[in-house]
Design a protein around this ligand. Sequence first.
Ligand code: QUE
Length: 352
Amino acid sequence: MHSKSAAPAAPEIVFERRGRLGVVTLDRPKALNALTLGMIRELDPMLRQWAHDHGVQAVVIRGAGEKAFCAGGDVRAVYEAGRRGTDVLTYEFFFEEYRLNRRINRFTKPYIALLDGIAMGGGLGLSVHGRYRVVTERATVAMPESAIGLFPDVGGSWFLDRAPGKVGAYLGLTGARVKGADIIYAGLATHYVPSADLPALLEALSHTPPEAALHRFAQDPGPAPLAAHRAQIDRAFAPPTASGIIAALGKEGAWGQALAADLAKKSPTSLCATLRLLQRHHRHEIEDCLKGEFRLVQRFMAGHDFYEGIRAVLIDKDHAPKWNPASIEAVDPAAIDAMFEPLESGELTFED
Ligand code: QUE
């Protein structure tokens, strides 16, 4: 039978009103709530409407299921579209995702993300730009794109730049996964609340000013392990080139040598572009950051390493990508700078 089912397709994102709260639930738990273009196309207009709805005092966003807030963008769909040569998705997905990231960044009402599981890449783009980000003991946060031949986008050049010292460069280059206290230390979250208290927090948010509700439930996350490595991070990630950073890590004992070995597995183009991105966008506004990231992502979509990275990590899962260029020394710095040049057409713009 090919007749249409009477039941609508399962929604990927759910919107509810609870008192004066607008609640968003990312609802693809089997895919770790990875963000699809369809979800972006529902969330963006809902936020636009809620921004002007006097009955909505604040917005909460969370992920369905036990494991994830949002593991990232649906890069597998982008990969398949790009490989077929139908580049509308490789264009539209990032264009609309980055516009949504900027809408969240500029949202004038309290926007509260509940990070009770994995939040990576595109998942951070849906949370870090909001006014409040709550992490639990189950939160794991990372910008892991250098492993898939991409770079820390979704405003990464804005929010990693605002982390203390060289912590942003450390997170963006290595893709390090960080937990509770470190997430707050890096500026990526604002409050720590035990997972078991989230239902009560949500209830309080539905009838209490967000600041009061958050203050009532927030606990001390304990010491940040990252703080213990701050001096080493600031020294090792200070050099202006990727090869300089790897050499500096080699002089930071076992900790640094393990990180240098990690970095050697990442896409050389990704590492060089990430470093250049952070340098070029230092202290820039969100629109500038996203516009530059959009130029860069379009160059990555036209290149090699993104397709090889997705193949190695998400398709074949051999975790043995063959990067091209294969080494940092073989990456032409002029070619990296050329990736930031204006697009011939279709630059990222912001309308409202
Ligand atoms: C690096 C990444 C991503 C990744 C793995 C990496 C990423 C991403 C996903 C992902 C995970 C689960 C899914 C999905 C995508 O994995 O950005 O569709 O169901 O989105 O090592 O950057």
